[in-house]
Design a protein around this ligand. Structure first.
Ligand code: ADP
Ligand code: MG
Length: 320
């Protein structure tokens, strides 16, 4: 009975949507996610009803101003935070229904994390190989299997030559490459990276971003990267912009560029993405300050009319 009830609710949920979403191959579904942080007297609403569907195998970046809710979203997807309201479903499972034990397993086996601070990614007293092996502790793999897997991953991230080095003997970029290998140790379905290149120079950042692309293509792992750097974000297939705890805009790489992209030079000067505004479940769309300014809209009321099958938005004081 309970199951029946759930199915009906789910159907209703998607029925009301005007945008067709490919729910079938969804790996991650964020459904009206709300996250409220309470500190002393104040409450901060970090996510304000965020809706998003991420497909299996996507290579996606999340951008947005500091404090817009990017890390909160990553932590919820990674099972480190629970939403205050709304639902997060990963691979058909509602994370809120996980027991403590299932959640620990999810964090260990389904997701891999790469953080900005290398001290959060790596143990300073272990070598590169040992760091990767340590990530496989408490798995069924034998020591030999762990060691072989570690060497395989080191090669994949181009760090075989530093197998026996300690993090302190590596550059920031090299440490992040080891961190990526650590994150992949248990073959996660999802690789989450929260500003992974925030502390390295731009050339190294570009290299690491290309590495994420390669891993996405070769391992079919779904990659979600939070970045401040628009140039790095533009190297991903989809760029999702968060503002005030909701998705406001999406940029999707044009189909014809996806396959060509690997071969491209670093300094391409092309518009490879198409930009979309995102409509929420109640059909609200956010207009950017730039759009409003360009259209001369300076009050909180607009007129929406239909012309030739197109919706036209004009300011209340506009003469047109
Ligand atoms: P971003 O990663 O985009 O910079 P965050 O997700 O870290 O943003 O934060 C979103 C909002 O939630 C901010 O206003 C931040 O101060 C607040 N916030 C995040 N984590 C906590 C926390 N643990 N306790 C209180 N407030 C928090
Ligand atoms: Mg953050």
């Amino acid at each position: 009975m309970l199951n029946e009830l759930k199915t009906t609710n789910e159907e209703e949920l998607y029925e009301g949507e005007s945008i067709s979403q490919d729910v079938d191959d969804a790996l991650i579904t964020c459904d009206s996610l709300v996250k409220i942080f309470k500190t002393d007297e104040i409450e901060v609403m970090a996510l304000q009803g965020l809706d998003m569907v991420i497909k299996r195998g996507e290579f996606l970046s999340v951008i947005g101003k500091s404090g817009s809710g990017k890390s909160t979203l990553m932590n919820i997807i990674g099972g480190l935070e629970k939403p205050s309201a709304g639902r997060i479903v990963v691979d058909g499972k509602n994370l809120s229904e996980f027991s403590e034990k299932e959640m620990i397993r999810y964090r260990k086996e389904t997701v891999g994390f790469v953080w900005q601070k290398s001290s959060r990614n790596l143990f300073g007293y272990l070598t590169a190989t040992e760091n990767i092996e340590a990530a496989m502790n408490f798995t069924k793999r034998s020591h030999k299997q762990r060691h072989e897997k570690a060497l395989e991953l080191l090669e994949m991230v181009g760090m075989s030559h530093k197998a026996n080095s300690y993090p302190g003997q590596m550059s920031g970029g090299e440490q992040q490459r080891i961190a990526i290998a650590v994150a992949l140790a248990n073959d996660p379905q999802i690789l989450l990276a929260d500003e992974p290149t925030g502390a390295v120079d731009s050339k190294t950042s570009a290299y690491i971003q290309d590495l994420f692309r390669k891993l996405n293509r070769e391992l079919h792992v779904t990659v979600i990267i939070v970045t401040h750097d628009m140039k790095l974000a533009d190297k991903t297939d989809r760029v999702v912009m968060i503002s005030d705890g909701k998705i406001s805009t999406e940029k999707i790489m044009k189909e014809q560029y996806k396959s060509k992209f690997d071969a491209m030079e670093d300094d391409y000067d092309m518009d490879v993405h198409e930009v979309f505004s995102v409509m929420d479940k109640a059909h609200r769309v956010q207009l950017s300050n730039e759009m409003l300014k360009a259209a001369g809209i300076d009050s909180n009321k607009v007129k929406i009319t239909m012309e030739d099958g197109k919706l036209i938005i004009v300011g209340e004081n506009s003469s047109h």
